[in-house]
Design a protein around this ligand. Structure first.
Ligand code: PLP
Length: 454
């Protein structure tokens, strides 16, 4: 299994040929049909067992049944949830990272990979205006990053509160109802409670945070203010400057979840909306969303990484060797993980090859497309634009449609391989939603989709 024999040679040829063809797809087709569990089971049954199988036979099962039953998140026709649009350079380098088993745990083991990753983290920190001391690591996604950051926020608050918290009091987080579901999950895992801020127009502001804290009977139990730089459902950027100020006034940690929208820091047309992000104690941005990296890659940055290290560093006799003095940078010390792949390297390669200017242009193109789509929607009498888009997400209604009609429309679009655009909900009602990331998604496609709502 570990030597290069004729079977290995055959696999290298076949798998690389498949990978080359997949990489050359332009555009990537949508796929995602043939999801019948019985049919999938019939194709895959029997491949796992004591005995070997010919590699081409197994690859054949993958290409004929597994791959087509996965909707290609990197297709310009994937417009649901938050898509992905990895560059060819990043995809290629991801293969290299896998082929070379590059890990990124400790400086001792992976100095080169960590230095390259840290340069990318620095680039992101600079865009956010975080101080030179800021740093962190790449984790698997926004959920893991939010969890890792809020653990630090909770521990820092515990240290400040001392006795009262040790006596079993639960800490709380100031959040908006539009914060991502992973924040709710995180709070449950951390046995924290939310103080939900009432917002007008779904946007957390300094005034709304202050009002919520002032009206609260137990402000001592608050640990952190969580703001979102680009809500998942609508792309709204909270009033980061105001929320940061309110957090400071109350001595609270300020966390910014920019898993989706953080990439807008690279887009001059929207950059002013992020003012105040430079005050973040922790900040999350998922390059596997809008910075065109492959899954799975989230940047997690702390203003004061030493605090994060004091919470996350794992101590054990077998790890002493990676924690020798003077302290070296170990990504493993900055999040809830130990082993990690160097998942920032594909982004480092792609950014270096293309330059940040190309990223800016690609991000701006999704913002432009959202504006054009909004204009088109406003001009069609049977549609209603719910709000002007700020980033690349457009929410709209088809007047008179029931939830079932939206569902049928979405299913037909996927069946016909036009687009993947599952409905969402807004203020309790089913709505349609474009999430644009891919720079090759076109207005022609948008019109085609809207035409099918008449
Ligand atoms: C604002 C926000 N935060 C967090 C997440 C979770 O990120 P992940 O899916 O990478 O765990 C998302 C995902 O869409 C998001 O939009």
């Amino acid at each position: 299994m570990h030597s290069v024999d004729p079977t290995t040679e055959q696999m290298i040829r076949s798998v690389l040929a498949y990978a080359q063809n997949r990489l050359r797809l332009d555009p990537v087709p949508l796929d995602g049909i043939g999801r019948d569990p019985a049919a999938l089971q019939a194709t895959l049954a029997g491949l796992l067992g004591d005995g070997p199988h010919n590699a081409d036979q197994v690859l054949g099962a993958y290409t004929s049944a597994v791959a087509p039953a996965v909707i290609s998140a990197d297709s310009p026709r994937f417009l649901g949830f938050i898509p992905a649009a990895p560059t060819k350079a990043a995809l290629l380098f991801d293969m290299l990272v896998s082929c070379a088993s590059i890990q990124g745990i400790s400086w001792l083991e992976a100095a080169g990979a960590i230095q390259a990753e840290n340069l990318v983290l620095r680039l992101i920190a600079d865009r956010a205006g975080l101080p030179p001391s800021a740093g962190g690591c790449f984790v698997s996604g926004g959920s893991a990053a939010n969890l890792s950051a809020l653990v630090v926020a909770r521990e820092v608050a515990k240290r400040k509160a001392g006795q009262a918290v040790r006596a079993g009091r639960r800490l709380r987080a100031v959040v908006s109802a539009d914060a991502h579901s992973s924040i709710t999950n995180t709070l449950r895992i951390l046995e924290m409670d939310p103080l939900i801020v009432a917002t007008s127009d779904h946007r957390l502001t300094g005034a709304s945070v202050r009002a919520a804290i002032d009206a609260d009977g137990d402000p001592e139990s608050l640990a952190v203010v969580v703001a979102t730089a680009g809500t998942t459902n609508a792309g709204i950027i909270d009033d980061l400057a105001g929320a940061a100020q309110a957090a400071r006034e109350h001595g609270l940690w300020f966390h910014v979840d920019g898993a989706y929208g953080g990439a807008g820091l690279f887009a001059p047309s929207v950059r002013p909306a992020y003012d105040g992000i430079e005050h973040a104690d922790s900040f999350v941005l998922d390059p596997h969303k809008w910075l065109f990296a492959p899954f799975d890659c989230a940047a997690l940055l702390y203003r004061d990484p030493a605090l994060a290290r004091s919470v996350h560093k794992q101590d054990a006799s077998y790890l002493d060797v990676i924690h020798s003095e003077p302290a070296e940078w170990n990504p493993t010390d900055y999040a809830y993980h130990l082993t990690r792949r160097a998942r920032g390297l594909p982004l480092w390669f792609s950014l270096s090859v293309h330059g940040t200017g190309a990223y800016t242009e690609a991000i701006e193109s999704a913002i432009r497309l959202a504006k054009e789509a909004a204009t088109e929607i406003s001009q069609r009498g049977y549609l209603e634009l719910i709000r002007e888009p700020g980033l690349g997400i457009v929410l709209f209604r088809r007047t008179g449609w029931s939830p079932a009609r939206y569902q049928d429309w979405a299913e037909a679009l996927l069946r016909d391989q036009v687009a993947f655009i599952p409905p969402s909900a807004w203020e309790g009602q089913t709505v349609a939603r474009f999430a644009f990331l891919h720079p090759h998604t076109s207005m022609d496609l948008v019109r085609q989709i809207l035409d099918r709502m008449t």
